[in-house]
Design a protein around this ligand. Structure first.
Ligand code: VAH
Length: 310
């Protein structure tokens, strides 16, 4: 059985769909703190609260999972409003799952990190796998600490835990979770509804982004790779496409010529975005498990507008 924790989230819903396509619906148990999202109602679902170790244990006992994907997290923007909850949920949730995975001899564990683990003193362009990392958001340093714990559980307990530093993910099947990159999703909804959008990030704020189909394919590729090919047990850099709001607006205008973008001032998410890299070097992922991006900004924009117009 595969257990997906945080299955209702932006990544979780799409991982459940992809994993059910591979293993069959009955083999993939979705779980979250509220009722199953509509898109994933076609298979087993459990109520899970990652802050309740007894509840987690019961689900592990009942399903004896061979793979566990832990997506539950508080993201960057919400994390700055609720710093203690973000730290507790992101850290205690991970530690509880790592301990249960060792106890129940889970074969493989996936846990998402983020380009948010880099900070103001990290190289901003083509950020390498290893460099100075001084993240200044709770979300960022909880993910950095989580990477250290993942590497530790692999070294000390032999747990096969794997991780990807996702860039900002763009998708249409489920809502984003309160992050700084959410503008790149909202803009498509607004472009179709009102042909205008007010961006909370400035025109020249470039960030590493990725279309969700690429992110899901990368996750499955990483999890399918033979263990001896995995040289990174903290978390793999993954770059995707780097663009700023102005460039994304120009791409949307190719499809909706009358689309207009404007920019809000002093949004707290601007400072978060300014602390993150503008582009990422993901050559290690190419070397270890053959990573290749498929969706550039043109194809991603086409897919988003097409699917949101249905
Ligand atoms: C966030 N979407 O904005 C997440 C992600 C790189 C960004 O970690 O917090």
């Amino acid at each position: 059985k595969v257990l997906v924790i945080g299955a209702n989230g932006q990544i979780g819903t799409e991982l459940v769909l992809a994993l059910r396509g591979i293993y069959g619906a009955e083999q993939v148990v979705a779980s979250d703190i509220n009722d199953a999202a509509d898109v994933i109602k076609d298979g087993p679902f459990e109520y899970v609260n990652v802050l309740d170790p007894n509840n987690l244990r019961k689900v592990f006992e009942k399903h004896q999972p061979t793979q566990v994907y832990l997506l539950a997290a508080i993201l960057s923007a919400v994390g700055e409003q609720k710093p203690r909850l973000a730290w507790d949920l992101n850290m205690d949730g991970l530690l509880s799952v790592l301990d249960l995975a060792v106890e129940f001899k889970v074969t493989k564990v996936f846990w998402p990190s983020s380009i948010a683990v880099f900070g103001p003193h990290s190289p901003q362009y083509n950020t390498p796998q290893y460099c100075v990392m001084d993240p200044n958001t709770v979300y960022g340093f909880s993910k950095l600490a989580g990477e250290r714990w993942c590497e530790y559980y692999h070294a000390k307990h032999g747990l096969d835990v794997r991780s990807i530093r996702y860039p900002g993910l763009i998708s249409w099947k489920a809502a984003p979770g309160g992050g700084t990159t959410d503008y790149a999703i909202h803009i498509f909804h607004e472009a179709l509804k009102t042909k205008s959008y007010t961006s909370f990030l400035s025109a020249d704020t470039a960030l590493p982004m990725m279309y969700m189909d690429d992110a899901i394919r990368a996750t499955i590729s990483l999890m399918d790779a033979p263990a001896e090919q995995i040289s990174i047990r903290s978390s793999y850099n993954l770059g995707g496409i780097s663009f700023n709001p102005e460039q994304l607006a120009a791409e949307i205008k190719k499809h909706i010529p009358e689309f207009e973008i404007s920019y809000a001032e002093n949004d707290p998410r601007q400072a978060i975005a300014d602390s993150w890299p503008k582009s990422i070097d993901d050559s290690q992922a190419l070397q270890d498990w053959g990573w290749k991006l498929e969706f550039g900004i043109e194809k991603m924009t086409e897919e988003m507008l097409k699917n949101l117009s249905k």
